[in-house]
Design a protein around this ligand. Sequence first.
Ligand code: CO
Length: 146
Amino acid sequence: MKLLEIKKYPDPILRVNCFDVEEVSFKERDLFDSMVYTMKVNNGIGLAAPQIGIAKRLIVAMDENGRIIRLANPCIVETRGSNVMTEGCLSLPGENVEVERAFEVVVVGIDDRNKDVEVKTQGLLARVLQHEIDHLDGKLIIDYRR
Ligand code: CO
């Protein structure tokens, strides 16, 4: 478990379309742990692999109860409703952007034990998951600025 350097805009890695992982093995598990540690040290509630310089589809997030979600190849399969909230990003210090997102999402992916999982959630965690999945497609909150 390592504290990783968070890449800041305009680092080109933040604009990469990241690669799916074939499976979650010890290497990805180790990366997940370092991502969670780095997220917590930086008082974040979500982090995506490109933010630490790795072009893989891996995200971590924390819900309101402090429960940690680790997902590989996350994919939004269902959404419901929408709302607007101001978001920040560890890769864009000082930037705050109002972003409209789905209020509820169903996300499928692979967990840290290489099991297929489905996460159905709403509110803040749903928003964080959408924000982190955006990162995997090279999309940033400043792209939502009107
Ligand atoms: Co971000």
